[in-house]
Design a protein around this ligand. Structure first.
Ligand SMILES: Cc1cc2nc3c(=O)[nH]c(=O)nc-3n(C[C@H](O)[C@H](O)[C@H](O)COP(=O)(O)OP(=O)(O)OC[C@H]3O[C@@H](n4cnc5c(N)ncnc54)[C@H](O)[C@@H]3O)c2cc1C
Length: 382
């Protein structure tokens, strides 16, 4: 396993680990509770109204957690090393090694600037949202499909131990209009908060949104309640794009697979991608294990089908919803009606975390999702 980084990630991201991702990590033997700060759910806000919503399926013992990404990365690396993986840090895969049309490894640049070749039978590309290595293998993002534009920072706060995160739906742009996206506050339990904003590229007026200014005004609007100084960001915020909703492909070649953000698998409702990265990584591991066991690379063809089974319908509904909510009038109407009720917000969170109840035990959210699924079936792919 190669990672070009040796030290911590330069900016905060990927620290809200939803309950399903906590379960996935626990099943890998990673004790999320000891790594981060447990949170019971999210306070949904719009304007001056707020509704606390617990994570769906409160019966499950695994709560969500806010975990500093560096700590999680280290725990994952240690787990891999214990399982026998040769983990090399400061090793950047630059270009694929190709032999008669088959990828057989990578040219790698090491920390001291020297280069080497590392050969492999199969290769898993998981180099994140920009995925230069993936592009070198022919993957591309469908630019007609929406993506998430984000910016975040860390601030010091005495409320860092709060047991709830916050999600502010439709933060206001410079003209005081709500944008398609959300602002967040993630208390890290270590004296700091991660504060950030996300805007969907489907928002009709997205070109007029300056994400860094949006972060400034969002931070200013919540700073007194969250007890932090909005002029004292501990990390310089930068603009980032997270592709979502399965917008990158192909996800396999004859000897390689693509997972996580490199495959554009993040959640189209939230822009969160830790669960998708873990799930796609797990599916890839199962497929590669079988390919290595039977010694036959045709097994890799199962990977796109397995991704479709797990994600295709949800992604399509998510992309459609992003389009729908990209229209300011529809967005305003949805925000006005949604934020009034705990039941509606609970339903929205079940959809956003893909934790829908089964038929018989369902509510309005599940019925709305079923209708959206039917519409999505006939809608164009974007
Ligand atoms: C501001 C922001 C906030 C976010 N907040 C959340 C959140 O709270 N919860 C959530 O679930 N998701 C969140 N996300 C999304 C989440 O961070 C990603 O979906 C997730 O990190 C995807 O994981 P990944 O392993 O696919 O990619 P990454 O986490 O980007 O990991 C890619 C790895 O590949 C390495 N790498 C890159 N290129 C090379 C190369 N050429 N050779 C070797 N190594 C290489 C990198 O060093 C890195 O370690 C956020 C995203 C942003 C931008």
């Amino acid at each position: 396993m190669l990672d070009r980084r040796t030290g911590p990630s330069p900016y905060p991201r990927g620290d809200m680990i939803v309950p399903a991702a906590v379960s996935a990590l626990n099943s890998l033997g990673i004790d999320v509770g000891s790594l981060g700060h447990r949170v019971h759910g999210t306070r949904m806000w719009h304007g001056d109204r707020s509704v606390p919503v617990r994570w769906p399926d409160a019966a499950r013992s695994d709560n969500g957690a806010v975990v500093k990404r560096d700590r999680l990365d280290e725990a994952l690396r240690n787990r891999a090393t214990t399982a026998g993986v040769d983990v090399r840090l400061g090793a950047r895969a630059t270009t694929p090694l190709v032999d008669r049309g088959f990828v057989r490894g990578a040219n790698v640049q090491l920390e001291d600037g020297s280069t080497t070749e590392i050969a492999c039978r199969f290769l898993l590309v998981a180099d994140g949202a920009n995925s230069r290595f993936g592009r070198g293998l022919g993957t591309h993002r469908d630019r007609r499909w929406p993506s998430a534009v984000t910016a975040s920072t860390l601030v010091r706060s005495e409320r860092s131990d709060d047991a709830w995160i916050e999600t502010h739906l439709g933060p206001l742009d410079a003209n005081e209009n709500p944008v398609t996206g959300h602002g967040w506050v993630h208390p890290l339990g270590d004296g700091t908060l991660n504060v950030g904003v996300m805007v969907s590229s489907s928002y009709r007026d997205v070109l007029g949104v300056n994400i860094l200014k949006l972060l400034d005004s969002f931070a200013g609007s919540i700073s007194s309640r969250w007890k932090f100084d909005p002029s004292d960001f501990l990390v310089e915020p930068v603009r980032r794009r997270t592709p979502f909703g399965g917008s990158i492909g192909p996800t396999m070649g004859p000897t390689f697979l693509v997972a996580g953000d490199a495959a554009g698998m993040a959640n189209p409702f939230t822009g969160h991608g830790m669960l998708a990265a873990l799930t796609t990584g797990q599916i890839a591991a199962e497929v590669l294990d079988e390919a290595l066991t039977v010694g036959n690379s045709t097994t890799l063809q199962r990977y796109p089908a397995r991704l479709d089974e797990s994600f295709a319908q949800y992604h399509k509904v998510g992309r459609l919803s992003a389009r729908f909510l990209g229209r300011p009038l529809l967005l305003r109407a949805a925000l006005r009606s949604g934020i009034r009720s705990e039941t509606a917000m609970g339903g929205a969170l079940r959809i956003a975390t893909n934790e829908l109840r089964s038929e018989g035990d369902d509510g309005g959210a599940e019925r709305a999702y079923r209708v959206a699924t039917m519409i999505a079936r006939f809608a164009p792919s974007w």
